[in-house]
Design a protein around this ligand. Structure first.
Ligand code: ATR
Length: 281
C-alpha cells in the first residue's frame, strides 16, 4: 500500500448496496501504479442520505466520487454542473470536485467505447446490432452513434421498447441510421448484448435463439462479466467471432473516471494491467 499522509486526496464510491463494487480495488491499484497520492473507499449511502453525502463531499473537500445504483439520477439534484454527455444520458456516475464546484459526468458508455478501441475495434462506419432496450442500451447506442456508427439496429424481446429506444437515440444522437427490428437482418460488424439474459442467476438464458448470422468477421461484446462467459458469448466464440465480456467496460469506465478525478492521462497498457492484476483475466 502507498503512504497515506495529510496531503493524500480522497476518492470513493457511493451506492446501495456498494460492498460488491470493484472500484476501490481498481482505483487504488491505479494509484499504486502511477504514484498518485489518492485513496479510494466505498460508502454505503441510502437514498434519503444522498444529499447529505454530496454535502459531505463539499465539506470535506473529497476530490471525486463515483456513483453506482440506485443513485445515478438522484445525485444530479445536488451537484453544480452536469457535462453535456451526462445530460444526454440522463445519469451521472462520476462527480469531480474542482475547488468546490461539483461537476457530474457519465463514464459508463464512454468506457464501453474505449474498451472497443483498446480491443482494436472501430465503431466509426460500423453496422451495429444492439440486443436489449433497457437501462444499459440507450447510453451505449447514443455514444456509438456519436462515434460515427453507420447504423445501429436495436432488437429487444419486447419490440415496442426497441422502437421507443431507437426513437430516443435518434433524437439525442442525431446521426447514423438508428432503427428497431424484430430480429437481426443480415450481418453486422459489431453485436452487443445489453440485456440481462445470461447474467447470474439466469445463466442458461441467451438473448437470441438463432445466432447463425454471427461469424468470424463479427466482433461480439457482452456487458455482463458474471459469469465471465455468458452462453451468448460462448455461442458467438464457437461461431468464430472475437468476443469481449463486460469487464472491458467496467475497467474503462474506471480508467476514464480516474483520469477525470486526477487529471493524470493513463497509458493504454493500464487496461491490460488491470485485467491481469486485478481481475486475473
Ligand atoms: P435495466 O434497466 O436494469 O436494464 P430492464 O429495463 O428490465 O433493466 O432491461 C433489461 C433488458 O434485458 C430488457 O431489454 C429486457 O427485455 P424486455 O424489454 O423484453 O423485458 C432484456 N431481457 C431480460 N431478460 C431477458 C431474456 N431472458 N431474454 C431476452 N431479453 C431479456
Amino acid at each position: 500500500m502507498f503512504d497515506i499522509s495529510a496531503k493524500t486526496k480522497q476518492l470513493g464510491i457511493i451506492g446501495d448496496p456498494v460492498d460488491h463494487s470493484f472500484s476501490p480495488v481498481m482505483h487504488n491499484y491505479i494509484s499504486n501504479r502511477v504514484g498518485g497520492d489518492y485513496i479510494y473507499c466505498a460508502w454505503h449511502v441510502k437514498h434519503e442520505d444522498v444529499g447529505a453525502a454530496i454535502a459531505g463531499m463539499r465539506a470535506l473537500g473529497i476530490r471525486g466520487i463515483n456513483v453506482t445504483a440506485p443513485h445515478k439520477n438522484e445525485v444530479m439534484k445536488y451537484i453544480d454542473e452536469i457535462s453535456e454527455g451526462a445530460k444526454q444520458l440522463g445519469s451521472v456516475n462520476t462527480i469531480v470536485n474542482r475547488g468546490g464546484i461539483l461537476t457530474g459526468y457519465n463514464t459508463d458508455a464512454d468506457g464501453f467505447c474505449r474498451a472497443l478501441e483498446y480491443e482494436g475495434v472501430t465503431i466509426e462506419g460500423a453496422n451495429i446490432l444492439v440486443l436489449g432496450a433497457g437501462g444499459a442500451s440507450r447510453p451505449l447506442c447514443i455514444r456509438m452513434a456519436q462515434h460515427g456508427a453507420a447504423s445501429i439496429t436495436i432488437v429487444n424481446r419486447t419490440h415496442e421498447r426497441a422502437v421507443a429506444a431507437a426513437a430516443y437515440v435518434s433524437e439525442i444522437a442525431g446521426m447514423g441510421e438508428i432503427k428497431a427490428a424484430s430480429a437481426p437482418e443480415g450481418r453486422y460488424d459489431i453485436v452487443v448484448n445489453t440485456t440481462s439474459a445470461g447474467m447470474e442467476p439466469q445463466i442458461e438464458a441467451c438473448p437470441l435463439a438463432d445466432m447463425s448470422f454471427i461469424g468470424a468477421d463479427t466482433f461480439v461484446a457482452d456487458i455482463i462479466y458474471n459469469p465471465a462467459e455468458t452462453l451468448f458469448l460462448r455461442r458467438a466464440r464457437e461461431n468464430g467471432a472475437r468476443t469481449i465480456n463486460g469487464l472491458g467496460m467496467l475497467i474503462c469506465q474506471g480508467i476514464i473516471a480516474y483520469e477525470l478525478f486526477t487529471d493524470i492521462k493513463l497509458e493504454k497498457d493500464m487496461y491490460a494491467s488491470i485485467r491481469r492484476d486485478v481481475f486475473g483475466a
